[in-house]
Design a protein. Structure first.
Length: 180
């Protein structure tokens, strides 16, 4: 029996590697803006499975994935301008979506590894905005929950494409090597 070769990947990635952006465009062309103040970010995809066992499985259970659902939980430091006191526009857009119905309740978001790794996604989601509250010495933080509305699409990382912080009109994203 041979000993497996140790992996070359010995460094641990940092949780803060993600960048989250909100589409603030109003003309149908995305205009990506940073969602600032992220303190925690936990995206997930949850499968729905159905039992698909048959006699051919010889008594072993078999299951089939029939649906995928995505979501993300974000803890934000509620950001405001130091001079005007106005809250950050991207955060306001998410908050307002959480208070609306229909199409106005949906935010278009993307998140990706800010170091350019192949870990980048885009989708539309319903938003929940829940202030954490606290005492007089606490910071104003908010729990945002994004609940996917449709597919969470893999995209080319905008950092790799040289498009970080730019509109998709300036630097089109590629999906699996095909123009979006």
């Amino acid at each position: 029996m041979t000993t497996p070769t140790p992996p070359a990947e010995t460094e641990t990635a940092l949780a803060r590697r993600y960048r989250i952006e909100v589409d603030m465009g109003t003309t149908g062309t995305p205009s990506w803006v940073l969602l600032p103040g992220v303190q925690e970010f936990a995206p997930k995809v949850e499968p729905t499975t159905q039992e698909s066992t048959t006699y051919d499985d010889e008594g072993w259970a078999d299951n089939t994935t029939t649906k995928l659902a995505w979501s993300a939980e974000i803890k934000l430091a509620h950001r405001c301008h130091p001079d005007t006191g106005e809250f950050n526009a991207a955060q306001v857009a998410v908050k307002k979506a959480s208070e609306r119905f229909g199409a106005a309740s949906v935010v278009h978001v993307r998140f990706y590894d800010r170091e350019g790794r192949d870990d980048a996604y885009e989708g539309r989601a319903l938003a929940q905005w829940e202030p954490d509250g606290g005492s007089s010495e606490d910071l104003d933080t908010v729990k945002v929950t994004l609940t996917g509305k449709g597919k969470l699409a893999e995209i080319e990382n905008p950092v790799k494409a040289g498009a970080e912080g730019q509109s998709l009109a300036v630097a089109p994203l590629m999906k699996k090597g095909v123009a979006a």
